[in-house]
Design a protein around this ligand. Structure first.
Ligand code: NOJ
Length: 756
């Protein structure tokens, strides 16, 4: 059955007629009071002032991209005073934002306030776990709260716009930015993206503690070939429609996200920034997006390197025509757009459309009522590091931890144990803040050692080996220690004398993030050697992993009895780790991304398309590796608890062609309370487009006391049971569906149902 059919050819023909009739111009019709204010203001603006609104400059201290040669401060000040700058990024602090804002408000002819953007990615000053870690909580309320607190602190520092959430789905752990997203799954990623937008924007965007959110990077950036940042993306429309687009669309439909950022990559051979199909046809056309689109840092200019624009002027022309409304640090609009309009190469209505969108968000934020509403130093002092924020960061950190292995109840530990702690990261107060922590104060995380101290644990500590040598400043490449094993001797002595060894190993916080791709996914440096050396003298090891991406810890999984995935958990890291290690908190996190056994398996993800030769088979002709299992090390959705859950009584009831109810009973059969993420996966067995082997289509996190049973009921509608074809038509086809409900993407109770 076809529930939404749009003939793309007819649509494209109508679009073409529309564009011809309108002389390739863009029109939007004012609808409410804000639109009226926008129109009044627009009518007073010169062309130069309009183009100014479409220009964003970086501040003067931090850069989050390559600094262009034009970036001299004196010129920027003059441009702001002339009304040629609509926004700034990387300016923060109530006092500093007020100073910059007053240049625009007091000196420019119309006094239009600027909007101040910043990468508020996982907390602002109080740092929360990196987004990938938060996603492991599957706790939407907690994630929304984390974004809410990020917004409260950022807005207290004068900011009113975050470049978050990143809703790029990614299946490639080599890509450093997986730390910034919600992992490999579209369904989970959509829910989390919506929660984050709601957290940032709150119920009232005009309040002084809410900020505009930005769904990024539109679109496909998470599929950079070979996991290399900024690399080519090339894939079919079925994947765009079913995997990449849904979190973006959900951010609009379910959370009214105010802005979008386009991406560095090409889509079907056209850079996203100049991609009319993405920005005008899909985003602003089909999806009816009313907010504005910002380019990524210098992505307009980079089209020259792509070989898509012949000059900066050409880049300006292409990007404005494609619907990229604000230019971040390309200097393309500010330098060329006025002339392009005057020369008749760009219709002024396109500029008007962009400016309307930008002004609208500024009005919605209340910047015209009070441009300094976010610039209150008293509030700044009160809100930054507020005790409630710190408590919430600790709660989120605990919820983000995933127990990967716990043989023979190695964990929880007892304080009476003789414990040796080994690993450079255990004593690190900076790395756990993770990447994208521009506003964080250096060295403000509670280290693992500090967490153990606060918990009253006796232990001996040796570093074992330095993880990185040299500077670890935000913009530097990290120098990983691959030679210095001089600390091994002390570590082995400590391990020999201990009953249990807690090894804190993994990646530095700056090993992941933008431009931090890795070709290897093992423990960096000499850490693997250290682990194996320690194992030779004491096998009773608890491995605490700190990392911003899935790692190939296959050896550890085969040897070490207990493994705790502790990511980079932010300000409260040490307390969270201590509470989990000693059983005060029962871990409940589930992996939002598959862990490969070997980097050669990447991209590896649970919801692969069905092939024609599913295995395993008794002969050679099926998809597998000769030298490695085709299975993941830990599948998507996987995570253990200190208690056990039993799934029984799966019931499926087909209520109508569009409604199916699936119920399951979950019982806590262990001896302590715990939380479980009950996951539902669906598989459409025969369809007009090949469907994945399974797809997450529902989950619920429940808390159970020992012996308690809870019945969880999922309602499936066409939203869960349908799919997009390669033309973007949403289809729901009758036939047989397989359903699985369980504790991860591989284990669960299964049944089938038929939709007539
Ligand atoms: C480049 C990144 O790709 C983007 O996500 C970020 O928001 C901007 N730089 C601004 O820092």
């Amino acid at each position: 059955m076809r529930i939404f059919k749009r003939d793309r050819q007819v649509y494209m023909a109508l679009m073409a007629i529309f564009l011809v009739l309108n002389g390739c111009s863009v029109k939007s019709v004012p609808t409410d009071a804000i639109d009226k204010q926008v129109e009044d203001l627009l009518a007073q603006m010169t062309l130069e002032e309009k183009v100014g609104q479409m220009n964003q400059y970086n501040g003067f201290y931090d850069v989050t991209g390559p600094a262009p040669s034009e970036g001299d401060a004196k010129a920027k000040y003059e441009h702001i005073k002339n009304g040629w700058v609509g926004s700034m990024l990387n300016v923060r602090g109530a006092k500093e934002v007020r100073r910059m804002q007053s240049l625009a408000v007091d000196s420019s002819r119309l006094g239009i306030p600027m909007i101040f953007g910043f990468d508020v990615i996982h907390g602002h000053k109080t740092m929360f776990p990196i987004p990938l870690a938060e996603a492991a909580s599957w706790d939407l309320k907690a994630i929304e709260q984390s974004a809410r607190i990020g917004a409260i602190e950022a807005s207290a520092e004068g900011l009113n716009w975050t470049f978050a959430p990143m809703v790029d789905v990614s299946r490639d752990a080599r890509w450093g930015r997986v730390m910034e997203g919600a992992g490999e799954d579209t369904y989970l990623g959509s829910k989390i993206g919506v929660a984050r937008v709601k957290g940032f924007q709150g119920d009232d965007l005009s309040a002084n503690n809410t900020i505009a959110a930005c769904a990024k990077h539109f679109a496909g950036y998470g599929f950079a070939e070979a996991g290399m940042d900024y690399n080519t993306v090339d894939m079919g429309t079925v994947t765009y429609y079913n995997v990449i687009f849904p979190p973006f669309k959900a951010a609009i439909d379910e959370a009214d996200v105010k802005t979008f950022m386009n991406s560095f990559n090409i889509v079907n051979g056209v850079p996203s920034t100049a991609n009319k199909y993405l920005q005008r046809d899909i985003l602003k056309g089909e999806w009816g997006f009313k907010g504005f689109v910002i380019s990524d840092w210098s992505s307009g200019r980079e089209m020259i390197e792509h070989g898509y624009a012949s000059s900066l002027e050409h880049a300006a022309e292409l990007t404005v025509k494609a619907g990229s409304d604000m230019d971040m640090e390309s200097y393309a609009y500010v330098k060329h757009l006025v002339d392009l309009v005057k020369a008749g190469r760009v219709d002024e209505s396109m500029v008007d459309d962009a400016v309307r969108r930008i002004l609208r968000v500024k009005f919605e934020l209340g910047l015209f009522d009070d441009p300094y509403k976010y610039c209150n130093e008293k509030r700044e002092k009160e809100m930054i590091y507020h005790p409630e924020h710190i408590a919430a960061a600790l709660d989120m950190a605990k919820k983000s931890i995933v127990l990967l292995k716990n043989e023979e109840a190695t964990l929880p530990l007892k304080k009476s144990h003789k414990i040796a702690v080994i690993g450079d990261l255990a004593d690190d107060k900076d790395s756990p803040l993770g990447n994208w922590r521009m506003a964080a104060d250096d060295n403000t995380a509670v280290s693992v050692l500090e967490g153990l101290d606060a918990y009253g644990v006796n232990y001996t500590y040796t570093e074992g080996a330095k993880l990185v040598t040299g500077p670890t400043a935000f913009s530097q490449e990290l120098t990983v220690n691959t030679t210095d094993r001089s600390g091994f001797k002390h570590a082995l002595k400590a391990a020999r004398e201990a009953e249990v060894v807690v090894m804190v190993l993994g990646e530095h916080g700056l090993h992941s993030g933008e431009a931090r791709s890795r070709a290897k996914l093992g423990l960096p440096g000499v850490q693997q050697e250290l682990l194996e050396a320690v194992y030779k003298v004491n096998t009773n090891i608890v491995l605490v992993l700190m990392n911003g991406r899935p790692l190939t810890i296959t050896w550890a999984d085969e040897h070490v009895p207990a493994i705790v995935e502790a990511w980079q958990l932010g300000s409260q890291t040490g307390h969270a780790v201590a509470q989990v290690l000693f059983g005060d908190y029962n871990p409940s996190g589930k992996l939002p991304m598959t862990f490969p056994r070997h980097v050669g398996q990447v991209p590896i993800y649970y919801n692969q398309f069905r092939t024609g030769r599913p295995g395993p088979r008794n002969e050679v002709f099926w998809p597998h590796y000769m030298d490695e299992s085709e299975k993941p090390l830990y599948p998507f959705g996987y995570g253990l608890s200190y208690t056990q859950f039993q799934y029984t009584d799966l019931e499926v009831a087909v209520k109508s062609k569009h409604q199916v109810e699936v119920a399951v009973k979950v019982t806590n059969i262990g001896d302590r309370a715990g939380e479980e993420v009950v996951q539902l996966y669906l598989h459409d067995k025969v369809a007009s487009v090949v469907r994945p082997v399974k797809e997450l289509k529902g989950f619920e996190k429940i808390k159970l006391e020992p012996e308690q049973t809870i019945k969880v009921v999922f309602k499936l509608t066409e939203k869960e049971m349908g799919f997009y074809n390669g033309m973007g038509d949403y289809l729901m086809e009758p036939g047989e569906f397989e359903v699985m409900v369980g504790c991860n993407s591989e284990e669960g109770l299964r049944d089938v149902f038929v939709i007539e």
